[in-house]
Design a protein around this ligand. Structure first.
Ligand code: HEC
Ligand code: HEC
Length: 356
């Protein structure tokens, strides 16, 4: 059942059937600030502007207090890497809205990734992970970097498990949470559970758009919102409360270089997907430069100029990409709007001590 709901000024396709039949009741599936959802003992605080979490939390991996705490420890612990130098948080740095400020990720022995480090906020709301969506779940992606030679460099999952089982503090925590010693499945579940608690919402743009708070954003940002949904066509792809259709599109990034990252095609083998990448959320976007899957743009101004030109011509360019003919003022307005998407719910204090 797909229904169209008008929430404030934004048109939301209510893709969620919350079993309410009343998905359009105001404010629909959007929660008021600080309303938590109890799920297996963990109260997830969902910032204003985001959808209720319950439908998105897999039945096989409910959130519990102990599991989320364990996942946080694992996420920040460099001992998960082969030489104890790289944790997930080395590349997904909390203060940079869980990115690293580099064009591409830098892994063990300073090896470069081929793509830009994505943010891990609002992962709760999406299934397929990575720029080309190769990982079908957050659990799958939580274990993926461990044994990659260019990320964390462990020789195998077995070696990872053996290493962590030798740390009695971890063994005990796994017993409490999963009733077993350390396993790779448990590790993945715990990290995924922690990641699902990192949310971004309640931005000034949310408070204006859905909360009707007229003074929350500048007049320029208000014009930017109108452009974002209209003339600039951004919501063709950056749609809904998390600003993504969760689909893959070819914008032409790469096609002006001799690099050939085939993107989604590598997963689907569908010729339609050549050079297509996942639409990223643009929440916290002012904090997550540089931009695009190859990290080519340092500023949001450059990103807007790129869209204004209609992307980069190539045989597979999305037909949603067309020159926009924006004025300088309109470009500034779009940037002002995007800068109003910095919110809260993602700020986390790193652990100060790790299990011994
Ligand atoms: C060396 C830097 C580096 C390390 C270490 C690293 N990541 Fe990443 N992460 C990346 C890069 C680069 C991407 C995008 C990769 C791609 O699409 O090919 C990514 C993508 C992701 C995504 C997908 C986000 C999305 O929107 O699809 C998740 C989730 C993630 N990482 C979680 C983790 C976890 C959990 C760990 C630790 C177990 C970790 N990462 C370790 C660099 C890193
Ligand atoms: C055809 C679908 C589509 C349209 C239309 C679109 N985007 Fe995007 N957007 C994407 C995809 C896909 C990416 C990632 C592309 C890549 O790296 O290859 C992206 C990336 C971005 C990024 C960088 C995100 C990051 O984390 O690196 C920003 C900012 C952005 N878009 C803003 C906009 C704005 C503003 C508009 C309207 C002017 C717009 N987008 C229109 C699909 C779209």
């Amino acid at each position: 059942m797909a229904q169209t709901c008008t929430v404030g000024r934004i048109i939301h396709a209510a893709i969620l059937s919350l079993g309410l039949g009343l998905a359009c009741l105001s404010p629909g599936s959007v929660l008021p600030a600080d309303q938590g959802s109890a799920k297996g003992g963990y109260v997830l605080k969902v910032p204003f502007g985001l959808e209720a979490p319950d439908e998105y939390i897999p039945k096989e991996n409910p959130l519990t207090q102990e599991k989320v705490e364990l996942g946080k420890l694992l996420f920040f612990d460099p001992r998960l890497s082969q030489n104890n130098t790289i944790s997930c948080a080395t590349c997904h740095i909390p203060q940079l809205a869980w990115t690293d400020g580099q064009p591409v990720g830098v892994g063990i022995h300073r090896q470069l990734a081929t793509r830009n480090t994505q943010t891990i906020l609002n992962r709760l709301y999406s299934k397929e992970q990575l720029w080309h969506g190769k990982m079908p779940s957050l659990e799958a992606q939580a274990q993926n970097p461990l044994a990659k030679p260019v990320r964390m460099g462990m020789p195998s999952y077995d070696a990872e498990v053996a290493k962590l089982n030798a740390i009695s503090g971890y063994r005990e925590r796994f017993r409490t949470v999963f009733g077993t010693d350390v396993t790779i499945e448990g590790l993945a579940k715990a990290i995924a559970a922690f990641e699902r608690t990192i949310l971004s919402g309640n931005s000034p743009a949310d408070r204006f758009d859905m909360g009707g708070e007229e003074t929350a954003i500048s007049e320029s940002a208000k014009r930017g919102l109108t452009l974002f949904q209209g003339k600039a066509r951004c919501t063709r792809c950056h749609s809904g409360f998390n600003f993504t259709d969760e689909k893959f599109h070819n914008l032409g990034i790469d096609w002006d270089t001799d690099k050939t990252d085939l993107g989604r095609y590598l997963v689907s083998k569908d010729p339609e997907d050549v050079g297509a990448f996942k639409t990223p959320t643009i929440r916290e976007i002012a904090r997550t430069a540089p931009y695009m899957h190859d990290g080519r743009f340092a500023t949001l101004e450059e990103v807007v100029d790129f869209y204004d030109r209609g992307g980069i011509q190539n045989p597979h360019l999305s037909n949603l990409m067309v020159p926009l003919h924006l004025t300088e003022r309109e470009k500034n307005d779009l940037v002002a709007y995007m800068k109003a998407l910095n919110g809260e719910g993602w700020q986390v204090e790193p652990p100060t001590e790790f299990p011994r």
